[in-house]
Design a protein around this ligand. Structure first.
Ligand SMILES: Nc1ncnc2c1ncn2[C@@H]1O[C@H](COP(=O)(O)OP(=O)(O)OP(=O)(O)O)[C@@H](O)[C@H]1O
Length: 277
């Protein structure tokens, strides 16, 4: 079943900016990586899913609920990390989490404590005195502490150091195992590769690829056939490059890494009909 569905979404900011006819879905229990260069339209799409923006045309639904018309119900069951975290700067992190817990109607402190420990965050200081990384951690704790079934994460690891990025990836992997549905925008190829089942790539407001991570890699393979001068050279070449030998001919197949695939999409190089670049 589709947990999230974006159909022909349009928001035109003028000057070619915005999102144009964006469609994709995220199945229940699936982790979907949403990738694209700066200004491609990731946050705009996500803000429609959160019900912060009304689609000019097209629609977004979460568990069958319209994200704009039924936004209160939609937001109540989500965990959300915004692209740019802006809190009430005058209060402490602890006060902020208490406020969120009350809003969400959370009684138990266990999960909150667990998350604070995991991300080594002391929430006592005032938010305005926190570093960017600390604020991001606070956003993560606030998004995950009510144990939501659906997580919408807009560049969740921005500002985190590599150790904390890894902890976050572990957290997402655990959530996925428990059957949570996750949409995660990111610029970090590794975190997407390690956590997501399917990947969508957006560029200048349009989806340019939506596919399973494995299928994307499969489509982006290159084969080279080389003819060697003699049998022993062919044998040695096949062994060195893991090639398939047919007499003096050796065929070597190389797969691109996800990072290479993304860079091709980001850079906008032309793709042939097989998706090879
Ligand atoms: N309220 C707005 N008015 C006009 N243009 C806007 C508005 N919000 C976003 N845009 C433009 O729409 C485009 C998409 O922005 P968006 O924030 O969705 O990109 P993004 O993919 O999240 O980028 P990033 O990776 O930099 O966060 C950008 O060109 C941006 O400048």
């Amino acid at each position: 079943m589709n947990a999230m569905k974006i159909e022909n979404l349009v928001r035109d900011y003028g000057g070619g900016k915005g999102v144009f006819d964006v469609s994709f879905h995220v199945d229940q229990g699936e982790a979907f990586g949403f990738l694209g260069p700066n200004g491609a339209g990731k946050t705009t799409t996500i803000r429609h899913l959160m019900g912060f923006l009304k689609p000019k045309s097209g629609s977004c639904t979460i568990n069958g609920l319209d994200c704009w018309r039924e936004r209160d119900k939609v937001q109540a069951r989500l965990g959300y990390i915004p692209g740019e975290i802006s809190f009430f700067e005058g209060i402490s992190g602890a006060e902020f989490l208490k406020f969120i817990a009350q809003y969400r109607g959370i009684g138990s402190q266990t999960r909150k404590e667990d998350l604070l420990e995991r991300f080594e965050l002391d929430p006592k200081s005032k938010i305005k005195k926190m570093s960017k990384g600390m604020k991001q951690k606070l956003g993560i704790v606030a998004a995950f502490m009510h144990d939501p079934d659906i997580l919408i994460l807009d560049e969740p690891t921005s500002g985190l150091d590599p150790l904390m990025q890894n902890r976050f990836i572990d957290l997402v992997a655990e959530e996925k195992k428990q059957g949570k549905t996750i949409l995660m925008s990111s610029h970090m190829f590794e975190e997407v590769e390690r956590t997501c089942d399917r990947i969508g790539i957006i560029r200048t407001g349009r989806m340019v690829a939506v596919d399973a991570a494995a299928a994307l890699r499969e489509r982006h393979t290159r084969s080279y056939t080389v003819t060697l001068e003699n049998e022993s050279a062919a044998e040695a070449f096949a062994a060195d490059f893991n090639g398939v030998r047919d007499g003096l001919k050796v065929t070597v197949t190389t797969k691109q890494s996800l990072e290479e695939i993304f860079m091709n999409y980001y850079g906008g190089e032309k793709h042939d009909e097989h998706g090879a670049v």
